[in-house]
Every structure is written in C-alpha cells, then in structure tokens.
Write a protein of this length. Structure first.
Length: 289
C-alpha cells in the first residue's frame, strides 16, 4: 500500500505544478494582451488626430489698417495645437502679432501637431495644415530698427563685407573667442595667419518679396540665394539655406543662428558660442563701399 500512496502523492504534486505553470502562462498572456491593446489604442488616437477636418479650422488675419503691414495672425478654433509659419518666422502659438516687413500677397500656414510638442521636437507629428492669404499693399507701420540697419535706410537692399582682409592684416574681424565673452580674444585667426576661404566675398540683404539673403563666396562669384530670420527681440539672426560669410565647418553654428552683438547702419558683429570646436567665434562686418 505504501507504493500506492507514494504514486498517488506523485500524481497530485505533478498536477499541482502543472496548474501553477498554467496560471503563470495565463497571467503572461493577459499582460501581453493588455500591452497590445494599449498600443492599438494609441495608434487609433493617431489615426483620429490625422483625420481631423481642416475645413473645421478657422483662420483669420486682422490688419490694423486696410492693406497695412501690422498684422494679427489668428487660429480661432479651440482645442487645436500647432504652430504658425508666416514666412519670416515660425511661432508655436495660435496667435501672432507682427509688423510684416514687405508688401505683396502672402500665404501663411497653420500646422496642426502633437499636443504640447514644440515644432522642432523630434517627437512632434504634423497631422494637417491649413493656409490663409493676405495682401499687404503698404508699409504704413514703421519696421523695427534692425531691418533699416541691415537692409538700408530706405529698405533698398544693402551689401556687407568683412571689416578687414582679405589677407592677414593684424585686424580683428574673424577670430576665436571665449564662448561666453565675444571680446575675449583666444586666437586672431584672420588677422594673424588664416582668413576664411571666402574672405573677399560679400553678403546682400533685401526685402524684395521676402527676407532675402544672398551669399557670394568671392567678389566675382554668382550669388546663392537664401533668406534670413530675426528672433522676436532682434538679438539673433538665422541664415536659411545658404551659409554665413566666413563659413568654416569648425567655426560656425550648426543651426546657422548667431547672436547679434551689434547691428547699426555702420557695423554688424555676430558671435556664436556653439560650434564644432567648442569655442566662441566672432564675425565683424561693415557696409561695402
């Protein structure tokens, strides 16, 4: 009888272990199903957002005067998140107040994006866009001083060159500085020995239908056309699509954005504290004669 009891005990134990294994497998399957359904719900939300009807978005541009250049650019639909691209800049907001710097018929676009993500975030998803057109016929509102200094007193267009060179001349016009202090000279590259390859080039800024910037890598070269953008308080400038005069991969800001140290009708000083070399770098320009 002892062997019979032992055999029955063995069967009970084996059955108990199998029940535990089945229970664990069941829990694992349930968790996997929960995870899968959770992923599917996020995907559904994305599809729902992506199918939002652009006709339901109300856009408006209010001009302070008929045909004038003082604009209030508005997205009036509640619950929509995104950013405005209004040609001279982009703003992650539903309303932009701006003094527009040139005349013409202009199309501004509102991009609907992932909630609470800035437009330059790698996690941002753009779902739909909607545009509105406005005619600016007159510059009846005076522009910020930075435009007149950069482009000319009458907004006629202006050419800038280095304040020195193009050969080493002992002057300070393209040099390495402290990242935090543009006046702290670390190496007077152009003045001592090593001007940039485009030291005899030029930059031309104008407002002929856009915030235009044209780069010439030498005095006789064909120009490469891009655009420029000021930030909101005119303390920095960004060059779009073409490089700054004095381009060097180790010296420039990879985002093409530079701090404005000085911008007057007679001088333009730019500085970056973010470059491949881990130093600061300074550019000093003057109007071409």
């Amino acid at each position: 009888m002892g062997w019979l009891f032992s055999w029955e005990f063995h069967l009970v134990t084996k059955k108990y272990k199998q029940m535990k294994i089945n229970k664990i497998l069941g829990l694992f399957a349930g968790a996997s199903l929960l995870m899968l359904s959770s992923c599917e719900s996020i995907e559904d939300r994305d599809e729902l957002s992506n199918s939002f009807n652009p006709d339901a978005i109300d856009l408006e541009v209010v001009q302070a005067t008929p045909g004038g250049n003082k604009l209030s650019i508005q997205m009036n639909t509640p619950g929509i998140v995104g950013y405005w691209d209004y040609l001279i800049d982009k703003k992650y907001t539903d309303r932009v107040e701006v003094i527009f710097p040139f005349t013409g018929s202009h199309t501004f676009t509102f991009h609907v994006t992932t909630p609470y993500m800035p437009s330059n975030s790698p996690d941002t998803k753009e779902y739909i866009e909607k545009s509105i057109t406005v005619d600016v016929n007159q510059l009846d509102e005076e522009l910020p001083d930075a435009f007149y200094a950069l482009v000319g007193d009458n907004l006629e267009g202006k050419t800038w060159v280095f304040d020195g060179g193009p050969e080493p001349d002992g002057g300070k016009w393209w040099y390495m500085s402290s990242p935090d202090n543009w006046e702290e000279l670390w190496w007077n590259a152009a003045g001592d020995c090593c001007p940039p390859a485009d030291a005899d080039g030029k930059m031309v800024f104008d407002l002929a239908g856009g915030t235009n910037y044209t780069y010439f890598d030498s005095a006789d070269a064909d120009g490469e056309k891009g655009s420029f953008t000021f930030n909101g308080d005119y303390t920095s400038i960004t060059f779009n699509d073409v490089p700054i005069l004095g381009y060097d991969a180790e010296r420039v800001n990879p985002d093409s954005k530079y701090t404005i140290i000085s911008l007057t009708s007679e001088q333009l000083i730019l500085h970056t504290s973010t470059n491949a070399g881990g130093t600061g770098w300074v550019w000093i320009f003057v109007p071409a004669e």
